[in-house]
Design a protein around this ligand. Structure first.
Ligand code: CP
Length: 308
């Protein structure tokens, strides 16, 4: 039987192409399961998973919890803002206390890059990174590629542009790793101040003209400006940002082809994307969210089969 090359999902950087193919094949099966009238399988009845979130989340937290419940795992949820972290308890102490309650797997979102990697070296549990600062968000990149494959039949050789705040985006970095592994051509587009200097070393081209980027691509993945990670201004005003890097219906209608529009969420309507684009037939934003459950079921199932 095929298995993942890793015992934790800490980042796409640590996966190979076969891992991604295996996750997608497994997700195909679970997507079929969650579209049945009985959406649940007994596969992980003997597994307990802790979802520990040190940062806000809507999609990722709910999607993981649903994926775990669909697999019949026991689930506990931990929110740092309501916990003894507020009394000074460390990350390792917190997690080791949770693990003493016989927890097998930890899904963690944390504001610090590398938090999942650090944890994996200090605790005895399988760790899934649900977003670590501006570093990686591996399950988001997996569900994004899976959604492109579902929509266009393949990811390899497709032209994908990631637009917006690349500098602060874990979604951008994980997507770049995942897309390049699968043979896609990747460009990033945004204000120069929001594009890291090292980006071209990842095999990615920079395009600062949004119209040119959209004319080139098959898929545009629109990102939110992450104001919460900025302590200085990276562009003059939001209005000017939107004029240069926001996607709207007129821009799309003036292209000579129909491109696919993606967004990991949360959306800032009217800033990086207008409502008529977000809610159009070209947008697969809600399909991304739907696929997130199947992808997370696949990741949890494949990692759990390594600890049994
Ligand atoms: N895409 C994403 O990570 O959304 P949340 O922050 O709501 O989980």
């Amino acid at each position: 039987m095929s298995e993942l090359s890793v015992n934790h999902l800490l980042g796409i950087k640590y996966l190979n192409k076969k891992d991604i193919e295996l996750i997608f094949e497994t997700a195909d099966h679970f997507k079929e399961v969650i579209n049945r009238s009985i959406k649940k399988v007994p596969t992980l009845r003997d597994i307990t998973i802790a979802n520990i979130f040190f940062e806000n989340s809507t999609r990722t937290k709910l999607s993981f919890e649903l994926a775990e419940k669909r697999l019949s795992a026991d689930v506990i949820n931990f929110s740092a803002s309501q916990s003894s972290v507020k009394k000074g308890e460390t990350l390792i102490d917190t997690v080791n206390n949770i693990l003493s309650m016989k927890v097998d797997m930890v899904v963690m979102r944390h504001p610090n890059p590398g938090a999942g990697i650090f944890l994996s070296k200090h605790v005895k549990a399988s760790i899934i990174n649900a977003g670590d600062g501006a570093h990686e968000h591996p399950t988001q990149a997996l569900l994004d590629s899976y959604s492109i494959k579902e929509k266009l039949g393949d990811v390899g050789s497709k032209n994908v542009v990631i637009v917006g705040d690349i500098l602060h985006s874990r979604v951008a970095l994980s997507n770049i790793f995942a897309l390049k592994l699968q043979g896609a051509n990747v460009k990033v587009c945004g204000p120069k101040t929001l594009i890291p200097k090292y980006i071209e070393s990842l095999g990615v081209e920079v395009e600062t003209n949004l119209k040119k980027a959209l004319e080139w691509c098959d898929v545009a993945n629109m990102l939110r400006v992450q104001n919460e990670r900025m302590d200085v201004s990276y562009f003059p005003t939001t209005r000017e940002y939107t004029q240069q890097f926001g996607v709207n219906k007129t821009l799309l209608d003036n292209l000579n082809k129909e491109i696919v529009i993606m967004h990991p969420g949360p959306i800032n309507r009217g800033v990086e994307i207008t409502s008529d684009v977000a809610d159009s037939n070209q947008s697969i934003i809600l399909e991304q969210v739907e696929n997130g459950v199947a992808i997370r079921m696949a990741v949890i199932y494949l990692l759990a089969s390594k600890i049994k």
